[in-house]
Write a protein that binds this ligand. Structure first.
Ligand SMILES: NC(=O)c1ccc[n+]([C@@H]2O[C@H](COP(=O)([O-])OP(=O)(O)OC[C@H]3O[C@@H](n4cnc5c(N)ncnc54)[C@H](OP(=O)(O)O)[C@@H]3O)[C@@H](O)[C@H]2O)c1
Length: 169
């Protein structure tokens, strides 16, 4: 099973904060890219990110939630696991071809060393958050090689421009 990580970050690798939510207003081009990549796939989310996104899933998504709370009951149909290894076993048992890690920071951190592919939207700006900032983890530049990069100039819905980069191990 292929393991992919997909994230959007600023130039400092900022992805979110302890209080939750993205540090920026939704960017249409990035949202479209995310939607199109995850369509029809198994998705791994930390419990906090899952709760932020739970209204967003449709029947085509197969979310797996990571939590340490043994009593956790998701409000929508989703599989629950209590360790990263358990998620991998569950998804392989379901014969998933790919598991897409959708964050947050804690889950990217746990998954990055096992990733086959990292898909990053890099917003060409820097942001400040009110509570503890959450960052995308460092990756080994010897292990992950850039295989594609698309540039998006600033536009009406995106003041600063962005790159979408694929890194493969
Ligand atoms: N920019 C992006 O692409 C992007 C993507 C996703 C999220 N985000 C942002 O990231 C922030 C949230 O990140 P976060 O790190 O605070 O939260 P998170 O990763 O979404 O969720 C953390 C929770 O996951 C569970 N967990 C984490 N590691 C675990 C492990 N090894 N085993 C079992 N359960 C585990 C725990 O749940 P319990 O507390 O239930 O035990 C933990 O509290 C938000 O601001 C969100 O908007 C940004």
């Amino acid at each position: 099973m292929k393991l992919s990580l997909i994230a959007a970050m600023d130039e400092n690798k900022l992805i979110g904060s302890a209080e939750g939510g993205l540090p920026w207003q939704g960017i249409e081009q990035d949202r479209d890219h995310f939607r199109s990549y995850v369509e029809g796939k198994a998705l791994l989310l930390g419990r906090k990110t899952f709760e932020e996104m739970k209204g967003w899933f449709d029947t085509d998504h197969r979310p797996y939630i990571l939590t340490r709370d043994r009593n956790y009951v998701p409000e929508i149909s989703a599989k629950v696991a209590f360790s990263f290894d358990e998620v991998i076993i569950q998804a392989e048992k379901e014969r998933e071809n790919e598991l897409v890690v959708c964050g947050g920071a804690a889950i990217y951190e746990r998954a990055i060393d096992s990733a086959d592919l990292i898909i990053l939207t890099i917003l060409h700006s820097t942001f400040i958050v009110q509570s503890e900032p959450k960052f995308f983890p460092k990756w080994d530049p010897k292990k992950f090689i850039e295989i594609s990069r698309r540039e998006f100039a600033p536009s009406e819905n995106n003041d600063f421009g962005m790159s979408i980069v694929h890194l493969q191990s």
